[in-house]
Design a protein around this ligand. Structure first.
Ligand code: APR
Length: 234
């Protein structure tokens, strides 16, 4: 691995990094998939079958963003991006705006964003802070009843996969934070890094299944992420 690769970092975050900010995860006790069935609110079929139910699910989650703030883990990742001498790419599975709010720049929200709406008629993706309602108009083509959440649903292709895999295939360090590693393609990213890449996973607890990560750091994101960042920037 060349010197540049050994200095490049890819970070993957999941719902666990936003848990201490007060946003529910999906698969922990009390998580979102305990209150809703994926097939009712997070698939293209669900949206065709019952768009009001799907819009309500995302409208509620979008509204909650106003009540939460980024935590020490989000802030630590910005410090790492600013202080690290080589390239750093932050890929998040989360659709909250907490990484964006603290100023992470090289950021790919691979599952879309709650604060964006996509027009089914013209394809435009627009910033959208409020509820998406049937009478909401696309800011680009002005049509009503054409806006969907800019969220990647199950069965849809995550965003910017080429850019993500190009970074994975050239990184010297891959860190996964607060993700259950159950949803692909993100769960397979650790298999895409070059042999010899340092791989670290940070999680509150680890599933029994044997891990593909070289290092496991058990603990909360707000403890373990600042700790790792200060080690890396030393
Ligand atoms: N600190 C660190 N890790 C935590 C914390 C915390 N404070 N709280 C929870 N976790 C861990 C849990 O142990 C779990 O492994 O975060 C992980 C959350 O897992 P999921 O709820 O499955 O969330 P995620 O892995 O992001 O889900 C991936 O699945 O439903 C789809 O599109 C959705 O992006 C989501 C994808």
């Amino acid at each position: 691995m060349g010197p540049a690769a050994s200095r490049s970092i890819v970070i993957l975050t999941g719902a666990g990094i936003s848990a201490e900010s007060g946003l529910p995860t999906f698969r922990d006790n009390g998580g979102l998939w305990e209150q809703h069935r994926v097939e009712d609110v997070a698939t293209p079929e669900a949206f065709r079958r019952n768009p009001e139910l799907v819009q309500r699910f995302y409208n509620e989650r979008r509204r909650r963003l106003g009540d939460v703030s980024p935590n020490a883990a989000h802030h630590a990742l910005v410090a790492l991006e600013q202080g690290w001498p080589g390239p750093l790419l932050l890929v998040t599975q989360n659709v909250d705006d907490l990484h964006a709010r603290v100023g992470s720049r090289n950021l790919i929200p691979m599952h879309g964003e709650l604060l964006k709406a996509r027009c089914l008629a013209c394809g435009a993706v627009s910033t959208w802070m409020d509820d998406i309602l049937p009478e909401s108009r696309c800011p680009h083509c002005d049509l009503q009843r054409q806006l969907r959440p800019h969220i990647v649903w199950f069965g849809e292709m995550p965003l910017e996969m080429n850019r993500i895999f190009a970074a994975l295939e050239n990184c010297g360090l891959f860190v996964a934070i607060g993700t259950s590693g159950t949803v692909y393609p993100a769960a397979g990213f650790v298999n895409a890094v070059p042999p010899g890449t340092r791989t670290i996973e940070i999680n509150l607890e680890f599933p029994e299944s044997n891990t593909r990560f070289v290092e496991q750091r058990r603990g909360s994101a707000t403890e373990r992420v600042p700790e790792l960042v200060s080690e890396l920037l030393k």
